[in-house]
Design a protein around this ligand. Sequence first.
Ligand code: HEC
Length: 156
Amino acid sequence: MIRRCLSLLLPSLLFSAAGAQAQEVSVHGDLAPAMKYSLYCGGCHGLDGRGDIHADVPPLPPNVGAFLEDAEGRRYLTQVGGVMSTGLDAADTAIVLNYVLHTFGKDSTPADARDYDAAEVAALRKQRVQDPVALRRRIVARLQARGIAVPEYPWP
Ligand code: HEC
């Protein structure tokens, strides 16, 4: 099922990667956050956020909130592959990230973490991450040195 979703979604991923001026999607504001997540993220990550590590989709619960323990983690979450390639605008990206952190990451998100908003997502995306996997490696090394559990991930 995940594999089928990936094969359906991959062409659009490649298309948006190829088109530097790819149009951003703005979803109607009244769609509930859970609905936005299921439309734009759930196809790969599943409605329960567990993904499928064997199909290279990492699980979001329970440790996705750990990224907010690191100074570079907020920027990382705005620029991971799937989050960028859905083409959501900054406001909707903030909404789905907050949804992910409040649900799947509720036990790992630091208690004092503030929600994302559109202005922060837009500002963080101006500090472009060239290699999100390398950035993740650096963040994970720092978190693990502090004994903080991170999500399972398909790549070293
Ligand atoms: C086309 C399938 C696909 C879609 C759609 C997708 N993702 Fe992902 N996501 C992945 C894959 C594959 C990875 C692991 C590779 C990577 O980091 O790019 C990932 C990684 C992530 C990570 C990082 C997890 C970690 O441990 O580093 C987060 C957070 C995330 N996705 C959230 C989202 C959100 C929120 C959405 C919706 C806006 C979304 N994804 C849409 C496939 C997808």
